[in-house]
Design a protein around this ligand. Structure first.
Ligand code: PEP
Length: 254
């Protein structure tokens, strides 16, 4: 049985005091939901304050990025070791990082390896652009993103995947549940062919892209979809709570 997961990617939003207020607002309701992994990913500078707030509870903490070196002269970067002291998860390869910060497959690969080395659990984002989708290249793009040299070790190490079609991120134009389920089913089949059925059965694959409280049910009702990576809607306490609650109820029934 794969434990469902809802992860909130706050992106470059909230000051430290705003992050504290947001966590305080969602904490009582969120803490009580027990059959879903609830992960919040605030900006780096708020991780320590948020960690103190959620201590002893059931909410888990993630970072939005990391650098692949452990330490040294890399001004402004945050290392895996620094994060390992603060959080359990780290988002890697988000399309905004690939696009705005020129992160290549090679860099993404190094970041996943660096995270796993210190015991951080990467949430690896993959997905195709609108042009690739319209040109019928979705499967080809996904296979390339899933085929890094060290991919095998990722799957053995409990990697979490987030399928995020780029055209659906922050656009309000989500994929349909059926579309997302088919593509995630394809990803799982690919993993089964490459690394075996057991790993394919165990790997958690989330959907991401304009998920809201109004459409989450459509996604988590699908058998292949294990939860969601939520951007904009994770910044509203009541909406994020509703997304997690609905996921909990739907997955409990399945
Ligand atoms: C994301 O940041 O990964 C994301 C899916 O954003 P949004 O939910 O705002 O589309």
């Amino acid at each position: 049985m794969r434990v469902p997961m809802i992860a909130g990617n706050w992106k470059m939003n909230t000051t430290v005091s705003e992050a504290i207020d947001l966590v305080k607002e969602m904490l009582p309701g969120l803490d009580q939901i027990d059959n879903v992994d609830k992960v919040i990913c605030p900006p780096f500078i708020s991780l320590a304050a948020v960690k103190a707030l959620i201590k002893g509870g059931t909410i888990k903490l993630g970072a939005q990025n990391l650098y692949f070196e452990e330490k040294g002269a890399y001004t402004g970067e945050i290392s895996p070791l620094m994060l390992a002291e603060l959080c359990e998860f780290v988002i890697v390869g988000h399309s905004e990082r690939r696009h705005y910060f020129n992160e290549t497959e090679d860099i993404v690969d190094k970041k996943v390896q660096a995270a796993l080395k210190v015991g951080l659990k990467p949430i690896l984002c993959i997905g195709e652009s609108l042009e690739e989708n319209e040109a019928g290249k979705t499967k080809q793009v996904l296979i390339k993103q899933l085929s890094s040299p060290s991919a095998r070790i990722y799957y053995f190490s409990g990697l979490i995947l987030a399928y995020e079609p780029i055209w659906a991120i922050g656009t309000g134009k989500a994929a349909t549940g059926k579309q997302a389920n088919e593509t995630i089913g394809f990803i799982r089949q690919h993993i089964a062919r490459q690394y075996g059925k057991r790993i394919a059965r165990e790997v958690r694959i989330l959907y991401g892209g304009s998920v809201t409280a109004d459409n989450i049910a459509e996604f988590v009702n699908q058998p292949e979809i294990d939860g969601a990576l939520v951007g904009g809607a994770s910044l509203k306490a009541s909406e994020f709570l509703s997304i997690v609650r609905q996921t909990s109820e739907i997955k409990r029934r399945r």
